[in-house]
Design a binder for this molecule. Structure first.
Ligand SMILES: [Zn+2]
Length: 242
């Protein structure tokens, strides 16, 4: 099976469409949370995902839109976008988000938005955070999102460290005996300096995971955000990928 691994779509439909096109062929999608937040097309992104066989979990912005988080844990721009989305979301799409689990296990893989310790909120920003999560519970491979930065953490039990492996172009990662935490990066709001939409492909026959990027018309997303009165800073950051 070829799985398309998506995270942090954030209501950016042009980015999602580019990824769905570039990633073909795939058998199913695993989505790691934050379907909404920041971007101009929350309903369309939730609906588009459902065109495919998929597994999905909930992220912190989805949580915020559902009113399950104090809005003041989000910064001003994110909060303004959340309030706008709350007013836009169709009831059936709200129900879809409300039914999502915070963690999902599929075979050897655990899917969470943030971390194993704190499914929704913790950012796995460096090797030390990753180390604590490798020690926290037993798992072989974890797929996470939330930081919007593609990265792999590889557990080295002998030295008691989690090594940080930055994706090398599109060279696939061979999954073997080593425990791994993999972040495919963000579809809708990349933060690693590359504005192209990020995604992963997991091939369970060859047991390879590859990191990919898809260029999309950033200006179309920006124009829609402007038309909806979303914050300028959120509009600007898309073209620099920060
Ligand atoms: Zn996010």
């Amino acid at each position: 099976m070829r799985y398309l691994i998506l995270s942090d779509i954030h209501g950016n439909l042009p980015a999602l469409q580019a990824v769905l096109h570039t990633a073909q062929p795939f058998d199913a999608i695993w989505c790691l949370g934050d379907l909404v937040g920041y971007g101009p097309n929350p309903n369309e992104c939730i609906e588009r995902l459902q065109d495919f066989e998929h597994v999905s979990i909930v992220g912190n912005h989805d949580w915020g839109v559902l009113g399950r988080a104090d809005p003041f844990v989000f910064n001003g721009d994110a909060r303004q976008a959340l309030i706008w989305i709350q007013g836009e979301l169709y009831p059936e799409n709200r129900e879809y988000l409300a039914a999502l689990p915070t963690i999902k296990e599929v075979g050897d893989f655990v899917l969470v938005h943030g971390s194993l310790r704190e499914h929704i909120w913790e950012y796995l920003l460096d090797g030390e955070y990753a180390r604590k999560n490798f020690l926290f519970r037993d798992f072989k491979y974890a797929l996470v999102g939330h930081t919007h930065i593609p990265v792999t953490f590889a557990w080295d039990g002998e030295r008691d460290v989690a090594r940080v492996v930055v994706p090398d172009g599109e060279t696939p990662l061979q999954l073997g005996d080593h425990r791994l935490i993999i972040n495919p990066g963000s579809v809708g709001q990349p933060r690693d300096g590359d504005p192209r939409a990020a995604f992963g492909i997991l091939d369970t026959e060859t047991m390879r995971f590859s990191f990919h990027r898809a260029a999309y018309a950033v200006e179309i997303t920006q124009e829609r955000m402007r038309a909806r009165g979303l914050p300028q800073r959120l509009i600007d950051r898309l073209e620099v990928g920060r």
